[in-house]
Structure formats: structure tokens, C-alpha cells
Design a protein around this ligand. Structure first.
Ligand SMILES: O=C(O)CCC(=O)C(=O)O
Length: 270
């Protein structure tokens, strides 16, 4: 049953916290209400298309480029998107699932998989993140109803437990490497059949995940994501060019060894 809820609080049970710890991911239904979706979806879409810089056709892009339009930190450009990204309700769920008192924003991303867009290869998000904690989590919310034909987020349950497995960015190589790893370790591969607009999944930074292609002829899979980390985390020395790029973009000038508490990383469950 889809839980009834006020717009300010979402009840996460102890069983859900345990499920998240065990699997490294969870589906949370009806996190954003229909009224919230009605208000925020137009704002997110408007900002995403306004700040999208991808102009190539799908044929001209590589595997990463075909997977989605990726438009980042929209909260900085649009006051309405800021209200969505800073929602205490979402951050409180993230904190409860992580088992921490306070969470900070790492960044947000609109991930729009276009009609005909390709699959998102298996990967681990935290490969990109120069943070010294494994208390990191991504909220992934479709803004329209989706089914598996449109690029459902898909998880290898329990795959977070060994932390970093390889230094692989999202690519054909990561698809091959993690695909083999999942088969060898026999991790259950889990994806919802469908998600309603406003449902959300949460996954840990080390959980291996992917998404299918968007086989819809005309519907874009509009997903909005918010990445959180536990307050108290420090900036870690970057281990790759990707981590250096993240350090430059998302951590507000903080240096390795310093607390990750810059102006781009506010506490959101105040
Ligand atoms: O939206 C997608 O296709 C992939 C999303 C993803 O990998 C993430 O949010 O961590």
C-alpha cells in the first residue's frame, strides 16, 4: 500500500532501514506527492533544458553520452529547483537510511534518458567522489511514470559491501567488468517493474547499478537525483582525474583533509 503522508515528513520504518543496509538500495513509494510533482516537475524540466549543453544527436555520442542528458546542480540556477533539492523531507529519509544525524548536499543532477537513449552501464558512483566516508546516498526520482522499457534503475543487491572494486568510470569497460563481477558473485539483480512519478530509489555510493535503454518512441525518462553525504565527512585526496574534477566542481574550494562543509554542501535535514 502506498503510504499516506504529509508533505513534510515521510515515515521510514526500522525494517526499511534494515533492508537498505542489507541490499544497499531501496524503493520508497510516493516520496513526493502529486501536488509537489505538479509544482516542481515543470521547474526542473525547464531548468534542465535551459542549461543542457548536449547538442549532438544520439548517433554522434559515446556510450556515456547516449545514456542520458546530465544537467548538474540546477539548484544554483533556479529558485524553485532549489526548494525541491533542499527539501527537508527528502534529506531526512537519506539521513535515516544512512543512520546518521545530519546529511549534506553533494550535488543534484537531472538525468533525462531520451527516447532511443542507450543503457546506463553498470558502475559505482563513489568512484567519482573524493570523500572519506561510505555514508553517501543518491535519491533517484522519476518525474513521470516509468516502466522497464524506459530505463529503470537496476541494482546488484548487496554489492556495496566490498567498497571500491576497480577504478572504472561509466563506460563499456565498466559494464563488462561489473557485469562479470555480479554474475560471479551471484548478486541478485533487482529493478522495479514500474515507478510512479514521485516514487524514489535510494542507493549507497558503492552499490553497483545500471539502467536499461529507453525504448519508448516518444517519452523521455525524466529523473531527478540528489546526492547526500554524512556531515563530518572530509575531502579525500583525489584518486583520479574524475575525482579531481568532482573536487573542483562540487566541494566549494575545500581541500583534501578539510571537512567537506563548504558553501555548496549545506546541511539539508536541519
Ligand atoms: O539515470 C540513470 O540512468 C543512471 C543513474 C545513476 O547511475 C545514478 O543516479 O547514480
Amino acid at each position: 500500500m502506498r503510504p499516506e503522508q504529509s508533505t513534510n515528513e515521510y515515515p521510514i520504518t526500522a525494517a526499511q532501514v534494515a533492508e537498505f543496509a542489507e541490499n544497499g538500495h531501496i524503493l520508497v513509494e510516493n516520496l513526493a506527492t502529486a501536488a509537489e510533482l505538479e509544482r516542481f516537475r515543470p521547474a526542473i524540466c525547464e531548468a534542465a533544458y535551459k542549461y543542457n549543453r548536449e547538442t549532438r544527436s544520439l548517433d554522434e555520442r559515446d556510450t556515456y553520452g547516449r545514456a542520458f542528458l546530465q544537467i548538474t546542480n540546477l539548484w544554483r540556477y533556479d529558485e524553485r529547483v532549489r526548494e525541491f533539492v533542499f527539501a527537508r523531507k527528502f534529506a531526512a529519509v537519506a539521513a535515516r537510511l544512512l543512520g546518521v544525524e545530519r546529511v549534506r548536499l553533494y550535488h543534484d543532477q537531472a538525468l533525462f534518458k531520451e527516447p532511443g537513449g542507450g543503457p546506463t552501464p553498470w558502475h559505482q558512483d563513489q568512484y567519482y567522489w573524493p570523500l572519506d566516508t561510505d555514508r553517501t546516498v543518491t535519491l533517484w526520482m522519476p518525474l513521470v511514470a516509468i516502466d522497464r522499457e524506459m530505463g529503470m534503475l537496476t541494482f546488484a543487491s548487496g554489492s556495496h559491501r566490498n567498497g571500491a572494486l576497480d577504478n572504472l568510470a561509466i563506460s563499456d569497460e565498466s559494464e563488462e567488468f561489473y557485469g562479470r563481477h555480479i554474475a560471479e558473485r551471484e548478486f541478485p539483480v533487482v529493478a522495479a517493474e514500474r515507478m510512479a512519478a514521485g516514487d524514489a530509489t535510494f542507493h549507497l555510493g558503492w552499490t553497483i547499478h545500471s539502467a536499461g535503454a529507453n525504448r519508448s518512441p516518444d517519452k523521455t525518462r525524466e529523473a531527478m537525483t540528489i546526492i547526500y553525504f554524512a556531515d563530518g565527512a572530509r575531502v579525500a585526496p583525489p584518486q583520479s582525474a574524475h575525482q579531481q574534477a568532482d573536487l573542483d566542481a562540487w566541494l566549494g574550494g575545500r581541500e583534501p583533509g578539510e571537512p567537506a562543509d563548504g558553501e555548496l554542501n549545506p546541511i539539508l535535514n536541519y
